[in-house]
Design a protein around this ligand. Structure first.
Ligand code: CP3
Length: 342
């Protein structure tokens, strides 16, 4: 038995009042986050300064009492640890050196080198294990290989991931080598996060939905299955949440195919359909439209209650369908919690 509701849900327990946390819960909608980020100077310094990264991880727990605390870091730290240049342009997003051909791949570091760069992240987790309330679950994470590859190839976020699709179909040998390198690095990174205190890990496959059906198994399912199998071999009890965003009908069967204990649903998925077709295989998480955290009102309350009801027959962790945005009203988070917890 565990007093941690998120771990209980991941083990298959249904709750009348589901546990809750939010993607991007530490972020620019919170004034205390902006203050700590200003102290750090820039986003990457915040990620690599364990005291400050632990502080921003704890801020939403103090303010809202969420059941889960997600490590403060970014999925793009892995490319950086593999030797890519990484910087963030204010108001625009991430920029990285690109992978255009074999020479760019050959310049990357071996997977085993990632700890040299990422060890401050492990220190953040060690600090958090001593500071979180006993009922709060500590969640580690990484990007899934396909999503990480899309950023490494294009050097930025793209609306359609065209550069990654072009490499995938135009030079599959190089693309597969890159996917392998990211997969190996991710196994090492998540293993070290677990050693440092992460009680659950989550894989973010934000661009899974852009893969055509015939490539979804190869690039969204197989690498995630390989990571989960490697983690479970070393840490049989560690639960894994996976988020194949915008997978559509491919959400059905995804948990069975990958071995994930919980599937995170985006907000385009119909909750009643997901209760039948996804929750039948285990825990589900997510689905509330993040825009409701800006607009609030009765719609927020109604939608929150509708999702709680739709998933009330099985294990469920309440969350948004994507990250909370900088424009969100912090008061709306209280309204959502009130609608869940009463
Ligand atoms: O959820 C959390 O609170 C934990 C920390 C976290 C961040 N990014 C912090 C962050 C997590 C889990 C992520 C995941 C992440 N990062 C994803 C996958 C989830 C998703 O959103 O689809 C992706 C694709 C990234 C890459 C990334 N990082 C982008 C595209 C951007 C720029 C867009 C933006 O929101 O500014 C970031 C920056 C980023 N990562 C911020 C935060 C709090 C904002 C940086 C700032 O403070 O200026």
């Amino acid at each position: 038995m565990t007093s941690k509701k998120i771990l209980a849900a991941l083990a298959g327990e249904a709750h009348e009042v589901p546990p809750v946390w939010l993607m991007r819960q530490a972020g620019r909608y919170l004034p205390e986050y902006k203050a700590t980020r200003a102290k750090a100077g820039d986003f990457l310094s915040l990620c690599y300064t364990p005291d400050l990264a632990a502080e921003v991880t704890l801020q939403p727990i103090r303010r809202y009492g969420f059941d889960g605390a997600i490590l403060f870091a970014d999925i793009l730290l892995v490319p950086q640890a593999l030797g890519a240049d990484l910087w963030f342009v204010t108001g625009e997003g991430p920029r990285l050196s690109t992978i255009d051909g074999q020479a760019d791949f050959d310049a990357l570091k071996p997977a085993g080198a990632v700890h040299d760069t990422l060890s401050p992240v492990y220190e953040t987790l060690r600090i958090l294990t001593g500071e979180l309330p006993p009922e709060t679950t500590l969640i580690g994470f990484a990007g899934a290989p396909w999503t990480v590859a899309t950023y490494m190839i294009a050097g930025r976020g793209t609306p359609d991931q065209a550069p990654a699709h072009a490499l995938r179909t135009g030079n599959p040998a190089l693309f597969d080598a890159l996917m392998d390198r990211i997969t190996e690095a991710t196994i090492l990174y998540l293993s070290a996060q677990i050693e440092a205190g992460a009680e659950v890990v989550k894989l973010f496959d934000s661009w899974a939905g852009s893969l055509p059906a015939d490539a979804f198994e190869t690039y969204a399912v197989a690498p995630v299955r390989r990571i989960i199998a490697a983690l479970k071999e070393r840490y049989p009890d560690i639960p894994v949440i996976a988020f194949p965003r915008e997978a559509g009908r491919a959400y059905a069967g995804y948990a069975r195919a990958t071995g994930a204990d919980c599937v995170a649903l985006d907000n385009s998925v119909n909750a009643d359909w997901a209760a039948r077709e996804v929750q039948c295989d285990g825990c589900v998480q997510g689905n509330l439209d993040p825009k409701l955290m800006i607009t609030g009102g009765q719609d927020l309350v109604d939608e929150t209650r509708r999702i709680v009801r739709a998933f009330s027959g099985g294990p469920h962790i309440f969350n948004l369908g994507h990250g909370i945005t900088p424009e969100a009203d912090p008061e709306n988070v209280h309204r959502m919690l009130e609608a869940i917890r009463g």
